[in-house]
Write a protein that binds this ligand. Structure first.
Ligand SMILES: [Zn+2]
Length: 390
């Protein structure tokens, strides 16, 4: 059997960064055979500049919004961003499909092998069935008026059924965010059979916190635009995780996405209640946070509390590109004390585990995680680029 043998300056296994000139051996189609010292690797080495890394996992994206690239001004703030997305949904089907295909091609080329993707529509199914990248699809529901919960859920279930017949076993129905889902709708989502993996936009903006704690702030403008009378609304006076997580059970896993305003007391509360709460994974999307103007999460605090972290790009409506290395660069720039190996693990193994992709995320024998090179990273990451090589 013919093998391929890759040797770079450094090799990231999924958990550790090796600098001893080790060689990665794979089958022709990319199944991992072994990591061996160069002295034992024999000849026919393929020399790669920089770092060899398993394929990246983008834990949070909205592929169907790819046509919105460049359409929403950076720095709009949370509410104007949400209004912008709603106003940009009416474009031709051809434009939507072309943008989805282009965005996926760019993700693939940059080394992304799997995506946790938020879906409000079936628009992305045609691309996903091609199997170029693997997806976990999170069919997103929203509905703030409790009485509409059954209709809202039924609509989401309709989209879910389309995904399930095209891409079986990879789909969940999830709530959009704590400020956009009624308790009745949340109960329907949490109790939906087979809904083991959940993704929620969490504590993305100051506006979310103000609305849940005091019923005040910018979110009123959003509901005004939607024509929703908020006079019935009693703010729960709880933080987003404390409001949402108890709706789910221990067998479920919840990916909390963004976490810009997640406080020390939230993290301590989640840790203290670990026995009864669902498993919690955090997902950071720093470039989208900066694009919208929400600021960045306190990543030092998150690390101090030892939470499992993954990385996402969010959509092209709030990012210049769907590229995990660009997210890593932003984190490294603002939090230079975080070791590169840790950032790479967030981007590979942690994402694969969180989304349930057993054969991705690390160079473990028998896996087929994709092989990526990170080049031009000798002098720091600012000029680095990544590409899929197998
Ligand atoms: Zn999102």
């Amino acid at each position: 059997m013919a093998y391929r043998k890759f040797k770079a300056d450094q090799l990231f296994t999924g958990e550790a960064l090796l600098s001893g000139g080790e060689v990665l051996i794979t089958s022709q189609k990319g199944e991992i055979e072994a990591i061996v010292p160069a002295s034992e690797a024999g000849d026919d080495l393929e020399l790669v500049q920089g770092i060899l890394c398993p394929g990246f996992v983008n834990a949070h994206c909205h592929l169907e919004l790819s046509h919105m690239k460049g359409r929403i001004q950076p720095g709009s703030g949370m509410v104007d961003f949400l209004l912008g997305v709603m106003k940009q949904r009416n474009v031709s089907a051809e434009e939507v499909q072309q943008a989805i295909s282009d965005a996926e091609a760019a993700m693939y080329a940059s080394g992304i092998v799997a995506v946790g993707d938020i879906c409000n529509t079936p628009d992305s199914i045609a691309q996903k069935v091609k199997g170029t990248i693997q997806y976990r699809n999170f069919i997103e529901t929203m509905g703030f008026i409790p009485a509409t919960a059954p209709q809202r859920f039924a609509f989401g279930k309709g989209v879910f059924d389309q995904f399930e017949s095209a891409l079986p076993g990879r789909n969940s129905i999830v709530p959009h965010a704590p400020y956009s889902v009624s308790p009745a709708l949340l109960q329907l989502i949490a109790g939906f059979p087979g809904n083991q993996l959940i993704s929620i936009h969490n504590q993305e903006s100051e506006a979310e916190t103000a609305f849940l704690q005091n019923g005040t702030g910018e979110m009123h403008r959003l509901y005004e635009f939607l024509g929703i009378d908020l006079s019935f609304y009693k703010p729960p006076a709880k933080s987003s995780p404390q409001l949402m997580l108890p709706a789910f059970n221990k067998e479920q896993r919840v990916i909390l996405v963004h976490d810009v305003h997640t406080s020390d007391s939230d993290l301590v509360w989640m840790e203290k209640n670990r026995v009864t709460l669902p498993e919690v994974v955090l997902c950071l999307c720093p470039n989208a946070n900066l694009y919208i103007g929400n600021g960045l999460p306190d990543i030092d605090l998150i690390r101090k509390n030892r939470f499992i972290v993954t990385i996402g790009t969010d959509s092209l409506s709030s990012n210049y590109q769907l590229n995990i290395l660009e997210e890593i660069k932003t984190i490294a720039q603002h939090f230079p004390a975080i070791p590169l190996a840790e950032l790479l693990q967030w981007s590979t193994l942690n994402g694969a585990r969180a989304l349930g992709f057993e054969s991705l995320g690390s160079f473990e024998k028998g896996k087929q995680p994709g092989v990526v090179s990170i080049e031009n990273c000798q002098e720091g990451l600012s000029n680095a680029s990544s590409k899929r090589i197998l």
